[in-house]
Design a protein around this ligand. Structure first.
Ligand code: NAP
Ligand code: COA
Length: 264
């Protein structure tokens, strides 16, 4: 078993992963399940959700999934309610559903900009606001998945940067509002991660991929396992005093601005 922990530190815990059917978020779901959590996954595509659940159950984990769009508060409420009914109150809530495409502001309609804000920012509000009712308190951990675009501008990413900056501010505000209930709220900021839809969209050819690597002090993409390990740490007792933190895991990329990479 890869990862920072080997024993089942999440035995008896319940994790809900919004946008957990692929990529980074699926790796987080799989890792939480490997460590004993019962995992509930939502995303829009029923087929992707089923495949994600199968990937966990086939190796002995406990998972179930539902199709739900984070832009639809009723669908989110239904999925959260079903999770609490099926398993128990939720200990670990991850909000990672996101949409991205490369387009400059002038190449975007108002609806294009709004679509990404609706998924990333309003979707995160829905998951957290409705999810709060189902959290086991005190002790629950919430993790929002942000991106470096939240604080480093990048051409072709005004929609994502605006939405993720909002996500990070939501992290800080809700950490303050919910701290007295014993609920921690943190953001993870992944850098460029290998073998993901996000980087397939941002670095659509080898030349841009190499340019991205040059903007990273460690000179490589990160792995999904490296982000999953950080999510494990933030969800664990070892992070019991960490809340409102925007935790960057990017090989140092955001130290360097956008490094002149122009994905547009
Ligand atoms: P991904 O595989 O496309 O993951 C996005 C997930 O969100 C999918 O499971 C998708 O499934 C779901 N989703 C999208 N729209 C949704 C909606 N409206 N309602 C519910 N679920 C929805 O991409 P990824 O690259 O791994 O990205 C995962 C997270 O990491 C995102 O928050 C992204 O912003 C962040 N991130 C990624 C990178 C990177 O290098 N890849 C870097 C920084 C940050 P459905 O299509 O079934 O809905
Ligand atoms: N450039 C400019 N505008 C674009 C675009 C692009 N490449 N792709 C989509 N849009 C616009 C559409 O034209 C539409 O605007 P309009 O109604 O004014 O024409 C708007 O965005 C919404 O598009 P639609 O396809 O209806 O949205 P959707 O809700 O079905 O899908 C997306 C959302 C567009 C974000 C889609 O790419 C998606 O589902 N992504 C999820 C996976 C992902 O992005 N993973 C990486 C995460 S980092």
């Amino acid at each position: 078993m890869a990862g920072i922990y080997k024993e089942a530190i999440f035995e008896g815990k319940v994790a809900f992963i919004a946008g957990g059917s692929s990529g980074i978020n699926l790796r987080i779901a799989q890792r939480l399940a490997e460590l004993g959590a019962r995992v509930s996954i939502i995303s829009r595509s029923e087929d992707k959700v089923q495949a994600a659940v199968d990937s966990i159950v086939s190796v002995g984990g406990t998972a179930f999934g539902q199709s739900a769009d984070v832009r639809d508060p009723e669908a989110v409420a239904k999925a959260l309610h079903a999770t609490a009914e099926q398993y128990d109150e939720i200990d670990i809530l991850v909000s990672g559903a996101a949409g991205n495409f490369v387009a400059t502001a002038l190449d975007m309609s108002p609806n294009a900009f709004k679509t990404v804000v609706d998924i990333d920012l309003l979707g995160t509000f829905n998951v957290l606001r409705i999810g709060f009712e189902h959290l086991r308190k005190p002790g629950a951990s919430i993790i929002n998945i942000s991106a470096g675009q939240a604080f480093v501008p990048m051409i072709g990413q005004s929609h994502v940067g605006s939405a993720k900056a909002g996500v990070d501010m939501l992290t800080k505000n809700l950490a303050m509002e919910w701290g007295p209930s014993g609920v921690r709220v943190n953001s993870i900021v992944p850098g460029p991660i290998e073998d993901t839809e996000g980087m397939a969209r941002l670095a659509s050819n080898e030349k841009i991929k190499q340019a991205f690597k040059q903007t990273v002090p460690l000179r490589r993409y990160g792995s999904k396992d490296e982000i999953a390990d950080l999510a494990v740490f933030l969800s664990s007792d070892a992070a019991a005093y960490i809340t409102g933190a925007i935790v960057v895991c990017d090989g140092g990329q955001t130290l360097c601005g956008s490094g002149g990479v122009n994905v547009g």
